[in-house]
Design a protein around this ligand. Structure first.
Ligand code: F6P
Length: 322
């Protein structure tokens, strides 16, 4: 009987529970034992580990957050922190590990696999900023949450003829901004991957107003600048009645969408299959319709995310939402 551990690390993302459930159920289906490690790498170093049963993951699929809890634990970057984790894994007789998270979590997974401990990664982050996969768990739900908020902001923007700047998350990636922007018909999407010009933005807002447009929505990715600074810069150019809304951590919560649940279930299942086949140091992804896996080291070097695959969205938005 094999003992497989699972943890979630870094920022949580809707759908992580669906992935945990799939991992645990598949492990037990195969006749092996599943061990949940709470609070990410911190819990690993501290030995916050317990065996999970089929029932432990019941009624979790539809819930946001992570039932294993999560933490940011920079100490795991050091050999000392990693060694503590490996000792705990040995103590519990765990022989392989599945890590769900973003690139920080992948750094830990890479270190463990390089130290000889079989580890597989699953991309879970709302930012969609992991190479080697078209989508990460949680991204779709976060975009839908942002969309719902933007639709509501448009109502009040129209009533007052205001310009709304909506700051969305994404760290250094513009994916949430692109998808929620195109999906909501935002007049402007400002992302770290593309230059922006304040004069052009102002000119576009003016053209809209001349045409009788009652609102302007500008989606600003947090990786570009703070919404408050953008608002100030815009209001300095004229009477735009600009208001800023920072969507913040609302984007991290809520019930996962069908897409995130299905993606998470497929990723969880595949991670266990890869460990069963003796793979280590790899992470799961989806490319087109295929569930794939790549070397974590390649994914971390970012080489497989050479261009933003969604720049087309940016160009399309510029031509249809103005
Ligand atoms: O990586 C997910 C994310 O929500 C980013 O979009 C954001 O920049 C960051 O985490 C916020 O981190 P924290 O939850 O530590 O405030």
């Amino acid at each position: 009987v094999k003992r497989i551990g699972i943890l979630t690390s870094g920022g949580d993302a809707p759908g992580m529970n669906a992935a945990i459930r799939a991992v645990v159920r598949k492990i037990i289906f195969d006749g092996n034992e599943a061990y949940g490690i709470r609070y990410g790498y911190r819990g690993l170093a501290e030995g916050d580990i317990r065996k999970l049963s089929v029932n432990d993951v019941s009624d979790t699929l539809s819930k946001g957050g992570t039932m294993l809890y999560t933490a940011r634990y920079p100490e795991f970057k050091n050999k000392e922190g990693q060694q503590k984790g490996i000792e705990q894994l040995k103590k519990f007789g765990i022989d392989s590990l599945i890590v769900i998270g973003g690139d920080g979590s992948y750094q830990g997974a890479k270190a463990l696999s390089e130290a000889g401990f079989p580890t597989v990664g699953i991309p879970g982050t709302i930012d969609n900023d992991i190479a080697g996969t078209d989508f990460t768990i949680g991204f779709d739900t976060a975009c839908n949450t942002a969309l719902e908020a933007i639709d509501k902001l448009r109502d009040t923007a129209t009533s007052h003829m205001r310009t709304f700047i909506v700051e969305v998350m994404g760290r250094d990636a513009g994916d949430i901004a692109l998808w929620s922007g195109l999906g909501s018909g935002a007049e402007q999407i400002i992302i770290p991957e593309a230059e922006f010009n304040m004069d052009e933005i102002v000119a576009q807002v003016d053209r809209g107003r001349e045409r009788g447009k009652k609102h302007t929505i500008i989606i600003l990715a947090e990786g570009v600048m703070r919404g408050a600074d953008f608002e100030k810069a815009l209001n300095e150019r004229g009477d735009y009645h600009a208001r800023v809304t920072v969507l913040g951590h609302v984007q991290r919560g809520g019930a996962p969408t069908a897409r995130d649940r299905v993606l998470a279930s497929m990723f969880g299942y595949t991670a266990v299959e890869l460990l069963n086949k003796g793979k280590s140091g790899v992470c799961i992804g989806i490319q087109g319709k295929d569930i794939v896996y790549n070397d974590i080291s390649k994914v971390l070097s970012g080489k497989q995310r050479t261009t933003n695959p969604y720049m087309a969205l940016y160009d399309v938005n510029n031509e249809i939402s103005y």
